[in-house]
Design a protein around this ligand. Structure first.
Ligand code: AMP
Length: 208
């Protein structure tokens, strides 16, 4: 079973993807995390990618697809794959269809106001990558490893607004693509993470 999660930045995709992958024993692939790893490793591509990500732009389709394919080929795909942050363009959706068959495309819907509120509150551990909502966590330090929490360089109001608007421009093409294939399900993301998770689980169970 292969699932695609579609949602604006800070729509909760990452959290849902982690929980869903665990619940249904799927390989979780976050292309954002793969890109950040490539940047972290340094090398020829690294500074170019860092600039693209920092400005909130999309990495070219062929580059991201190559990174995605390499990851899939070097990992066990368990009961299937949970794609978090891919596809982000219609072209990527078509590229993906050449290597896997997508059973379900879940769109998590949230407003720009909610995105900005979440981005302002979103911190992660520079050491182990654990994510936190500051208004809930209320500490500058990671509860897993004790390291200091930092904000992602692209988690600013300006970048988030640009990314949200870019997302709106491109996501309809992807949504239409999966609607035509009868794979699309819309989920209201303006709810607690637990409720959103339960709603997505219901949809997944209905297709198993
Ligand atoms: P994310 O962690 O999903 O918010 O992604 C962070 C950044 O990685 C994005 O703003 C893009 O620059 C890049 N990125 C992640 N996934 C993709 C993708 N499917 N296509 C192009 N760029 C991507």
């Amino acid at each position: 079973m292969n699932i695609v999660l579609i949602g604006a930045p800070a729509s909760g995709k990452g959290t849902q993807a982690k929980w869903l992958a665990k619940e249904f024993d799927l390989l979780h692939i976050s292309t954002g995390e793969l890109i950040r790893e490539v940047i972290h490793q340094g090398g020829a591509l690294s500074s170019k990618l860092a600039e693209i990500v920092q400005n909130g732009n999309l990495v070219p389709d062929d580059v991201i697809f190559e990174i995605l394919k390499n990851f899939i080929n070097s990992h066990s795909t368990k009961n299937g794959i949970l794609f978090d942050g891919f596809p982000r363009t219609l072209n990527q959706a078509k590229m993906l269809s050449k290597i896997v068959s997508v059973d379900l495309a879940v769109e998590i819907d949230i407003s720009l106001d909610t995105v900005l509120e979440r981005v302002e509150n979103r911190y992660s551990c520079a050491n182990c990558g654990a994510g936190y909502i500051m208004s809930v966590h209320k500490s500058e330090f990671c509860s897993k490893c004790g390291s200091k929490l930092t904000k992602r360089a692209d988690d600013t109001k300006e970048v988030a607004t640009n990314r949200y608007n870019d997302y709106l421009l491109t996501k309809n093409n992807i949504v239409d693509y999966y609607k035509k294939l009868n794979k699309h399900h819309l989920i209201d993301g303006e709810d607690t993470a637990e409720n959103v998770f339960n709603k997505i689980c219901e949809v997944v169970r209905s297709i198993i």
